[in-house]
Design a binder for this molecule. Structure first.
Ligand SMILES: [Cu+2]
Length: 285
């Protein structure tokens, strides 16, 4: 029996509970994702720790209850006890929950404090939510752009489009211009909105932050693995709330720097481009 438990039941439970061990959402994913940042992994481990504590308490409490109901049932001649209180039991059932709560609150608070610390970031991106798209602005870099639902999905989603959504890759999860960030770098986000409340959420990063008009919320991330990480608006913000996905592309530092330089050049006014490239002009003279 013990072997059966070890070989079948425990791996099956682990598989069920850790079913979400992917960077991006999977069909039938039941659990949280461990994500791709130190923060998201801390959050995932806290979630698992607290889940197992709850499972253990649930089994113990319901086990004791069903045992008592079965063992001391009336048909077996059980007679109800008539004492009004028991100091020892009361001390035990007060102390144990306090210890459990402290054991959960300490690591949770430590993680929350770390998540709130946006200091020492190398790059700041301002995120603004709109009905129904996102705007990204690389502060101090003169690079800003809008990010909307990818054209293919937008066409397929129209009523009577005749396009099978299954034929569109990453349907409703792709954008025309993703947010690009460097890997191995602490990136700070300042998040707001320009019309109604939205929320910027990429599960792989381990947090979700409200985008509220008139407020600036902060968050940060440091992704170490290059990759594409998807998310969505997480605050019901109007009729197209389901059509403003988020795509974050994490690139190695050198690739990111080249991308940023390319964006800067593309967004500069025509005159400024000529002025910023004097070598080409001077060599021609
Ligand atoms: Cu929204």
């Amino acid at each position: 029996m013990k072997r059966l438990l070890g070989q079948l039941v425990v791996p099956a439970l682990t598989l069920l509970v850790a079913g979400g061990a992917f960077a991006n959402p999977e069909p039938w994913q039941l659990n949280m994702t461990p994500g791709v940042t130190a923060t998201s992994q801390d959050v995932y481990q806290l979630h698992m720790l607290i889940l197992w504590i709850c499972v253990f308490i649930g089994i113990a409490v319901f086990g004791a209850m069903f045992y008592a109901m079965f063992k001391f049932r009336k048909s077996k001649g059980a007679v109800a006890a008539r004492f009004s209180h028991n100091t020892t039991a009361e001390v035990i059932w007060t102390t144990i929950p306090i210890l459990i709560l402290l054991g959960m609150a300490y690591p949770a608070t430590r993680t929350l404090v770390r998540m709130a610390d946006t200091g020492n970031a190398e790059l700041t991106v301002k995120i603004t939510g709109y009905q129904w798209k996102w705007r990204y602005e690389y502060l101090g870099e003169d690079v800003k752009f809008m990010s909307s639902l990818a054209r293919a999905a937008d066409e397929a989603r129209q009523l009577g489009s005749g396009i099978d959504p299954h034929s569109v890759e990453n349907y409703l999860l792709d954008v025309d211009r993703p947010l690009v960030i460097p890997t191995g770098t602490k990136v700070r986000f300042v998040i707001t909105a320009d019309d109604v409340i939205h929320a910027w959420w990429v599960p792989s990063l381990g947090w979700k932050q409200d985008a509220i008009p008139g407020f600036i919320n902060e968050a940060w991330t440091q992704v170490d693995e290059p990759g594409v990480y998807r998310g969505q608006c997480a605050e019901l913000c109007g009729k197209d709330h389901g059509f403003m996905p988020i795509v974050v592309v994490a690139k190695p530092r050198a690739e990111f720097d080249a991308w940023l330089a390319g964006q800067k050049a593309a967004q500069m006014p025509a005159g400024a481009v000529a002025a910023s490239a004097p070598t080409a002009t001077s060599s021609g003279i």
